[in-house]
Design a protein around this ligand. Structure first.
Ligand code: CAA
Ligand code: NAD
Length: 285
């Protein structure tokens, strides 16, 4: 099947980036969020990223206009009816995602359509079980920022038809130009199983008063050649998303390395979510 019509659920940091990636490769994209405000914020995020792409010489102004013209922003989930691939990128909350998969199952008409989740950590099989077509549900995990980061983790659940995993893998590499890796349907898959304990160790170090955030970040940038330090990276990912990912991995594994530090929970309670809210560990206002 040639995938020409895609849908994206959620137009936050990741949904907007994924929609942009798809539109830049010529696909017709419908992206859905829950309110006019979140849709408007998503559109603005896509427009800003396109502007940056033009500025950096990654595309021309007319390519930007054409790509933007291929994206429809909506609050209507019913617009997913004729999609061949839907990538769910809503907030990292199992109940929200399971409900969405159930709704998509009744809305998407094409029996050969693929329903994918961009979850950072949650069991793909639980989303598959919320549908009547578990064999067509797969994990397709992009990285932030999606237009720049090459990686996509492909996660077949125990119920995924192997041909579906092969199809999204080929689509991600051949059409989107991404680098793929395969992971079992395990908490945090490959990358977040390694990344979350690292980010949480850095936050615990800060919480203990062991070092300043600047010292921790400077250490990893200048000592280990990371493009950005772990405290700044947590701010980029979104502190709420870090918290939910940690909670989900910890709940399943019991591994204390993934137990969210109290400081992280308090930051989220305070609405300091990182770059997306203007303030996290650092101030972006
Ligand atoms: N569109 C197209 N290209 C863009 C772009 C855009 N909007 N913005 C930047 N680029 C390109 C630039 O042109 C440049 O390309 P070249 O190397 O070919 O010149 C490249 O991206 C890097 O550009 P810059 O260094 O100028 O961009 P930047 O300062 O904005 O940094 C970044 C971009 C390197 C990705 C930086 O933001 C970074 O290191 N971020 C952290 C990345 C990371 O670790 N992500 C993983 C998060 S964890 C996750 O995603 C999983 C999860 O489930 C939580
Ligand atoms: P975000 O908070 O920036 O955006 C989430 C969006 O989902 C919000 O706009 C919210 O309004 C929307 N949403 C909530 N319920 C919805 C529904 N029922 N229908 C449609 N939209 C709904 O979060 P994000 O960083 O974009 O993360 C989205 C998903 O991608 C999560 O599963 C997250 O774990 C995963 N992810 C995040 C990153 C990252 O670095 N932030 C990287 C890879 C994967």
């Amino acid at each position: 099947m040639t995938i020409e019509r895609a849908g994206v659920i959620g137009c936050g940091l990741m949904g907007s980036g994924i929609a942009e990636v798809l539109a830049r490769k010529g696909l017709n994209v419908v992206v859905r969020d829950i309110s006019e405000d979140t849709v408007a914020a998503g559109r603005q995020r896509v427009e800003q990223s396109f502007a940056k792409g033009v500025e950096r010489g990654k595309m021309t102004a007319s390519e930007r206009d054409e790509a933007l013209g291929r994206i429809e922003f909506t609050t209507d989930l019913g617009r997913m009816a004729d999609r061949q691939l839907v990538i769910e990128a809503a907030s990292e909350n199992e109940e929200i995602k399971k409900k969405l998969f159930g709704e998509l199952d009744s809305i998407v008409t094409d029996e050969s359509a693929i329903l994918a989740s961009n979850t950072s950590s949650m069991p793909i099989v639980r989303f598959a079980q919320a549908t009547s077509r578990p064999e067509r549900v797969v994990g397709m995990h992009f990285f932030n920022p999606a237009p720049v980061q090459p990686l996509v983790e492909i996660i077949p659940s125990l119920l995924t038809d192997p041909s579906v995993a092969d199809e999204v893998d080929a689509f991600a590499t051949e059409v989107l130009g991404k680098v793929t890796i395969r992971s079992d349907d395990r908490p945090g898959f490959i990358v977040n199983a390694l990344l979350i304990p690292f980010l949480f160790s850095a936050i615990r170090m800060l919480e203990a008063g062991h070092a300043t955030k600047e010292a921790i970040d400077t250490g990893m940038v200048n000592g280990c050649a990371h493009p950005m330090g772990p405290i700044r990276l947590a701010d980029r990912v979104g502190l709420d998303t870090c918290l939910y990912v940690g909670q989900s991995i910890y709940e399943e594994t019991g591994d204390p390395a993934n137990k969210p530090p109290l400081l992280l929970s308090r930051m989220v309670d305070a609405g300091r979510l990182g770059v997306k809210s203007g303030r996290g560990f650092y101030d972006y206002s």
